[in-house]
Design a protein around this ligand. Sequence first.
Ligand code: HEC
Ligand code: HEC
Length: 345
Amino acid sequence: MEEKKLYQLLLRLTVWIKVLALGIIGSGLLLLAYSLGIYRIEPQQVSGTALSTARTVPVSTGSVWQPPLLASLPSNRDGDLIRYGHELIAHTAVYLGPKGKVMQISNGMNCQNCHLKAGTVPYGNNYGLVASKYPAFRNRSGTVEGFEKRVNDCIERSLNGQPLNPESKEMKAMVAYMKWVGKDVKKEKENQNEGFGLLELPLPEQAADPVKGKTVYDAYCTRCHGENGEGVLAENGMEYTYPPLFGSKSYNKGAGLYRISRFAAFVKANMPYGVSYDTPFLSDEEAWNVAAYVNSMPRPEIDLSEDWPELSKKPFDHPFGPYTDSFPENQHKFGPFGPIVLANQ
Ligand code: HEC
Ligand code: HEC
């Protein structure tokens, strides 16, 4: 009798010891994961002060814009057109690239190489605002631009290609898709959401440094985009698994990404592939420097003589003169931008 009681007591004790041990191991693991998480997520030291009024942190993560779901599209002709538009944005090169099935008018890149997940990712250069914004007056052309003109801008510059006929089925499909993506978004001023387009970075105090940028590139970008920025073609030989960042197959010097602030903002929130605006990997300084390096490498030219008919409207980082201020072209390209912004206020 006595022995049995003792035995039961021992049994209970070992159970408790096991529970305790598991608890200790468990919380140890949690702590480890936590510290690793912190290490991974903590934005590395931010350099420079905010000279612009740009937001660096979304106002509230609760109100980040969410795109509609493709699965919610009706099975009718309108739905089909939008689905075709989605397909064209996601796999542009398969239809319009050098080996395109429909026509051959662009460089082999896909719209979604830069407008991630067909333009639906918060701060992934998405199309959220497009429907509410166009037609719109743009200073670059000095005219009111409709959707078609804006799409052709990216085809001629980012895809280094020839414009699509505005009446073509392909143009109509892409426009229908972008309107659908932003269908629930109100006009800019009434908008309460965050997450549209790109997340602006504060301007750095120092000039961005292409030499330091090369070390960032070699450490974090070559493994996908290649040592010479050539990218990696997909198995179908038509589009890229990893798109080119410089050289003859990349965007040309008139493209949005050729402006260093656009490149830095895109890369900070989206690269290396897999990060997002709330889990960035690069420090701001690294993002500016790698932008300076990539945009110092060779890429296709384009005639920009018709751009910016009103010179004073050029953005501070437009990399080509003439300007209305006296700062040299190199400073407009790499910074420091503070004096330029102040002089133009
Ligand atoms: C090499 C990168 C790249 C590619 C490829 C690209 N774009 Fe763009 N696109 C940009 C950048 C950068 C901007 C400007 C973002 C900014 O200034 O905030 C932009 C802006 C736009 C805008 C205006 C967005 C707005 O809110 O005003 C539209 C529309 C657009 N692109 C459509 C397309 C379409 C359609 C394609 C494919 C045919 C395409 N883009 C391919 C980089 C690219
Ligand atoms: C793990 C692979 C990977 C790494 C590492 C990576 N990228 Fe990318 N990058 C991609 C992919 C994939 C895309 C295209 C996304 C798509 O089509 O959905 C892309 C697209 C881009 C684009 C827009 C398209 C273009 O070709 O112009 C830029 C700019 C870019 N990456 C810059 C960088 C920079 C700078 C680094 C290093 C800091 C980097 N990436 C690291 C995979 C990677």
